[in-house]
Structures are given as structure tokens and as C-alpha cells.
Ligand binder design. Sequence first.
Ligand SMILES: Nc1ncnc2c1ncn2[C@@H]1O[C@H](COP(=O)(O)OP(=O)(O)OP(=O)(O)O)[C@@H](O)[C@H]1O
Ligand SMILES: [Mg+2]
Length: 263
Amino acid sequence: MEQRGAHIEFIHAGLVFEDGVERLRALRDLSISVSPGQSVALIGPSGCGKSTTLRLAAGMLAPTEGDVLVNGSPVAKPRKETALIPQDLGLLPWKTALQNAALGLIIRKVGKSQAHELAAAALAQVGLAGFEQSWPKELSGGMRQRLALARALAMDADLLLMDEPLSAVDALLRESLQDLLLDLWRERGHTQMLVTHSIEEAVFLGERILVFSSRPATLVADIANLRMGTAGWRDSAEFAALCNEVRAALALSHLPGNDEKAS
Ligand SMILES: Nc1ncnc2c1ncn2[C@@H]1O[C@H](COP(=O)(O)OP(=O)(O)OP(=O)(O)O)[C@@H](O)[C@H]1O
Ligand SMILES: [Mg+2]
């Protein structure tokens, strides 16, 4: 397999949101290095700073302290090789499913017919063949999530950032889409960061599981998952044991003094 994933580093990264009136610290002293081609899962309490972390990796936000580097350079603006599935999905209501799935490619100046061809193939991969001409409002919540996933997959990125991409799909479909994400990651060799509230999903898709504290987020555990992706992993006793380990780390993630308004 060609190794073509991006290398991401957070070096003592911090972020304070400030609008002149309010000041809110979302991240504190976050140091993480994600190797090229690695798949990491991020889990932590609601509101702790996970989406903010992904937006920093995507270059949509800049740290107010420390550095966020992709392939050794600060990510000053969104890169064309990065695909982000935002928590709100970012679908455009006035575009069809096919046009939405092709959007990332169109923005990256891929010709319309090639973009639509790649988008249609990605829609088929996530089980949305036949819905190309539907409007987002005509799709269920889970279908919209699959559409956002198709948009990211069509881009063939070297860095795939996913913010709770499967939270609205039913349990069995969720497992089959997790299998799809695992297969695509293996085939393509991209780096991926997945935010999830599901411990099982983190243990299924993360070679490392990063557990964040309550806000301001910092790393409280970095759990290695050497069996990730091996045959029978989801049904093994070790899988359940690792889920328990992550659950225990999460229980400790509410740090005293965190979750206060200011820094
Ligand atoms: N643009 C912004 N301006 C001001 N504050 C913000 C902004 N974006 C996020 N925040 C704040 O930063 C904190 C972290 O938000 P973030 O969305 O990263 O949390 P999260 O871990 O993704 O939560 P959830 O699990 O609920 O999605 C929250 O207190 C939120 O209110
Ligand atoms: Mg979030």
C-alpha cells in the first residue's frame, strides 16, 4: 500500500475564543502527534473541545498558543487534501444529493462530469444509489450523514477528519459503515481522526484512542489499540476489555476546575 497519509502535530496547542466581551478557553496545552496513515479516535465529554480540535487540524481555526502542524507546516488555511465531515454535516439545502456529494471536488476545481462520476460512486459506496437527485430535506438524518460521508470519500483525501459521522444511523448500518471506513482507510492509507461519543466505535476504528478532559480539553489518556482491524476484533473478549478501559478513562475525564467559563 502506498503510504500517503498526512502527519499531524499539535504542539502545546491552546485555544481561547474571544469576541471582545466573552472569553472562553476551549483547549489547553494539547500535544498530540498523529503519524502518517494512523487512525485515531477522539472521545471526551460533551462540550470539551473535540470539534474545535478537528477544526484546528482542518485549518479552519488557528491556535492561540502553540502550534498545529500538518506535514511539518502550520495549517494557516484549509488544505485541499483534507476532508472534514463537520458535526452539522455542512450540506447545502439547495443542491441535490449528487451535487452535495460532488461539492468538495468542485471546490477543488475537478471538472463537473468527473466530479459527478466520483460523487455517484461514493454515494453508491454508502448505500445511497438511487437518491442522487433527492434534496437533503427529503433524506432521513442517517441518510444525510451518509451523504456527508460520501462527499468526504469522493475527495480521496490524505487527511480525513470526521465529527460524529455515524451518530444518526441505526446500529446495524452503523456497524456496516464502520466496516466501510475501516476498509477504505486500509485501502487508501490516509490519516484519520474520528470524533465519537461511542466507546465501541472508538475501539473499533481507533488504533489509538485519545480521551479528552472536560473543557478546556487536554489529553487525559492515549490508549494503544494494537488489535484494531484484526479478524474477529469486534466480537473478541479483548475488545470488551478495551471498551472497559476507555470507559474508566472517560470516567476520570471530568477534571476538577475545568468547565468554568474563563481560562
Ligand atoms: N466559534 C466559537 N466561539 C465561541 N465559543 C465556541 C466556538 N466554538 C466552540 N465554542 C465553545 O468551545 C467549547 C468546545 O466546543 P466544541 O464544539 O469543540 O465541543 P465538543 O467537544 O465538540 O462538544 P460535543 O461533544 O457536544 O460536540 C464549548 O464550550 C463551545 O461553546
Ligand atoms: Mg462537537
